[in-house]
Design a protein around this ligand. Structure first.
Ligand code: GLA
Length: 732
């Protein structure tokens, strides 16, 4: 039983394979957090609670003369603002009478097998055998505001998910000003490292790691989407934690809008971590009887370092977030025309790229931006989702049929959430975009954002996308989003509900995606937002892959994909081989290296195939064959980061091991050539120590133990950015 409740002591214990999470309803009926960490069985952890008379820490009325009881330092399971806990709160609201006070006390609880859906939101899912859920009902007896805290335990994956539902059980209106999804107090420590993933357009998810300190450190987005700039996935870990050693706690918010993840060390060196929807721009009216559901946070604990934690996230996302046909089915190797042609193409040009690609084993052609409306540059056309027959001569079906005749699937690009002023849609419905009534809105990439909270907007998008899907045999959609939100105001909502628009935008997006993905189960969706600007577990619920970055330079990609891999599986990362000099950085790298790096993702090409030489085409053929041969190992196997691309090493290495441990693919990229170089030795991971592995294509055979303990010597490399791939197969 992963979830236990001890009646006499009122202690809740949640066990995963290697972790324990414990809380207690205390003598005053507050829900206190007792412990989260390495597995401890048969132990009530309340012995860790300390009661002290601390200056300037107030005491709740029910503690009467006891000055040692204060919410200011006792570990809270869901901290509220206004009643004496001065640390970062999980809930802040304005009651009907204008007061801030909330006093949440235990009311009841429920434990059940399985996991219910989160209303309107993406969330992890599992069978009754895989997951068990606890819901604790807390209530404020004065205002009747209640909170349901929900915990689901995926025992095998060392995962506990949390979410919260706020219920207005009172008579009048309540305004929610802040609702976080999880709050965790580590009362036994204030010495973590905080790992976060910052970035910008064309350089997402760069790893940053700093020790925490007294006060708060937050990462956040107020851009209306999860953003390139920070990611809603963060880690707290031991200061000496590395890939194979140390305690790590991962937190992944299953949400694609504004977020905040705050870590705070308090006056007595305890750590609090709080994560959820950002409170900036948030003010949610709850009328009597209404409720608000906060998105889910997926927490993974590992005491064997970051590698183990990441692999659990990979399995969690692949098995319990991604859905539909392509959760399991092989994803096609694709060619996308964006970097090959940008806006300058005709159907004839596209078909000839597809033809060349099909001959090399590539399986799908994706027509990117520029096929619709009057879209010849990025100043016009967004919103007009009908085919531009000047470019796609003879119509979409003709082109798709031709591409299909080369044995290739056909995919198409949309940017549904956006509109250009120069479009029929904007001319007909200027009120459909987000803007304040009294001023002109900001443009970004010369476009406005549609008000996804509106049903009529969603209906229009649903209809237009459906018409296109019915017009031809379309098997893939790239769903792009190329600007961030400003002037967030819905002309469809009253003034006192404008603080809901950021969130309602995300709910509207999810609603539309849910409808389209359900009705088109055969279509593969790929998320995108100027590359990886909305790379989060929420989007992965609808699209099992996301374009990782608009930067296709393989050397920059080493860090981008490395950072992304901490919280997301390789099978979710769109990665393409592009032309040289690279369009983003101007760097020149060998085709082999571009292939090796792109193969560690959902593999594809993004260049004008017609411009490739016969020799290059032969290399592409070989790459596609290598990828297909190793598909299962790469996509369903285990992923090991062997080096840190931020270190001083002159090479970067990573490894895939098939689920049964019997095959492996090892990848090296030399980032700094050197004359008379030191030996490159790399210790592999995840192999079976007693089995013997052959380096494919040679008669070199070594035991797993040797490769993991003594390592593998890479032959001397020469030249700029060379890459080597080693396939290991059994030889005993
Ligand atoms: C974004 C995407 C690119 C491409 C362009 C088209 O930048 O990330 O891959 O689709 O839009 O405008």
């Amino acid at each position: 039983m992963p979830i236990q409740f001890n009646e006499p002591t009122r202690v809740f214990t949640l066990h995963t394979k290697n972790s324990t999470y414990q809380m207690q309803v205390d003598k005053h009926d507050y829900l206190l957090h007792l412990y989260y960490g390495s597995k401890i069985e048969n132990q009530d952890m309340s012995y860790l609670l300390q009661y002290n008379d601390r200056g300037f820490s107030s005491n709740p009325a029910e503690s009467i003369k006891d000055r040692t009881y204060s919410l200011d330092f006792l570990p809270q399971e869901f901290s509220v603002f206004g009643m004496g806990d001065y640390r970062e709160s999980a809930l802040q609201l304005v009651n009907t009478d204008g007061s801030f006070d909330v006093q949440l006390k235990y009311g009841s609880h429920e434990i059940y097998k399985g996991k219910r859906k989160l209303e309107g939101l993406p969330a992890s899912y599992g069978t009754e055998d895989e997951v068990e859920t606890l819901v604790i009902h807390l209530v404020d007896e004065v205002t009747k505001v209640a909170v349901d805290l929900s915990y689901s335990v995926f025992e095998a994956l060392d995962t506990i998910t949390r979410s919260a539902t706020i219920i207005n059980g009172g008579e009048g209106d309540v305004y929610l000003e802040k609702v976080m999804s999880c709050c965790i107090d580590f009362m036994n420590r204030g010495d973590f490292d905080y790992m976060t993933f910052y970035g910008k357009h064309t350089l997402e998810r760069q790893v940053e790691r700093t020790p925490i300190r007294h006060g708060k450190v937050s990462v956040e987005s107020v851009r209306g989407c999860s953003s390139h700039q920070q990611n809603p996935f963060v880690i707290l870990c031991d200061q000496d934690a590395n890939e194979v050693h140390g305690e790590c706690y991962g937190f992944s918010l299953v949400y694609s809008g504004n977020f905040k993840a705050t870590v705070e060390v308090d006056q007595i060196n305890q750590t609090r971590f709080v994560m959820g929807i950002h409170d900036t721009g948030f003010r949610y009216l709850l009328q009597s009887g209404e409720h608000f559901v906060a998105p889910e946070v997926m927490m993974v604990y590992s005491e064997q370092g970051l590698g183990e934690m990441s692999r659990n996230y990979h399995a969690l996302i692949q098995e319990h977030i991604c859905r539909g046909k392509y959760k399991k089915a092989r994803r096609p190797v694709l060619i996308n025309n964006w970097e090959g042609t940008y806006f300058d193409f005709t159907s004839e040009k596209l078909a000839s790229i597809a033809k060349d690609a099909g001959e090399l084993g590539i399986e799908m052609f994706v027509m990117d931006d520029g096929w619709f409306g009057v879209r010849n540059d990025d100043y016009a056309g967004l919103g007009d989702w009908f085919v531009n027959t000047d470019k796609i001569q003879g119509g979409l079906k003709k082109l798709v049929d031709e591409v299909n005749s080369y044995g290739m699937k056909f995919g198409i690009w949309f940017e549904p959430e956006m509109v250009n002023e120069d479009s029929d849609l904007y001319r007909a419905h200027p009120d459909w975009c987000l803007k304040t009534p009294t001023r002109e809105g900001n443009r970004s990439r010369y476009q406005y954002v549609l008000d996804m909270s509106r049903e009529d907007v969603r209906e229009y998008l649903y209809e237009s996308i459906t018409v296109i899907l019915k017009e031809a045999n379309i098997e893939y959609i790239k769903w792009d989003m190329n600007r961030h939100l400003t002037n967030v105001y819905s002309l469809n909502l009253p003034a006192n509900r404008q603080g809901e628009v950021y969130h309602r935008y995300v709910l509207g997006l999810y609603d539309l995606l849910e409808r389209l993905t359900t009705e088109n189960p055969e279509v593969l969706f790929e998320g995108c937002s100027g590359g990886g600007g909305r790379f989060d577990a929420g989007m992965l619920y609808y699209s099992p892959q996301i374009w990782t970055s608009d930067n296709t330079d393989p050397i920059d990609r080493l860090r981008i994909q490395y950072g992304t891999s901490f919280g997301y599986p390789v099978s979710s990362m769109g990665a393409h081989v592009s032309a040289i000099p690279n369009h983003q950085t101007g760097r020149i790298t060998p085709l082999n290296t571009r292939g090796v790096v792109a193969m560690s993702g959902t593999f594809g090409y993004e260049l004008d195939m017609n411009k490739m030489t016969e020799e290059e085409k032969e290399v592409v053929k070989e790459q596609v064959a290598t990828y297909k041969r190793n598909y299962d190992t790469i996509n369903y196997g285990k992923y090991y980061r062997l080096t840190n691309p931020y270190s001083k090493e002159r090479f970067v290495a990573w490894q895939f091991v098939a689920d049964d441990g019997l095959r492996s693919l090892v990848n090296f990229v030399l980032t700094k050539p050197e004359h008379n170089p030191p030996i490159i030795n790399i210790k592999l991971q995840g192999l079976q120590p007693d089995r013997k592995y052959r380096v494919a294509g040679t008669d070199e055979c070594y035991t797993g133990a040797a490769l993991m303990k003594a390592g593998y010597h890479l032959k001397e490399q020469f030249g700029d950015y060379t890459a080597v791939q080693i396939e290991l197969e059994l030889c005993d």
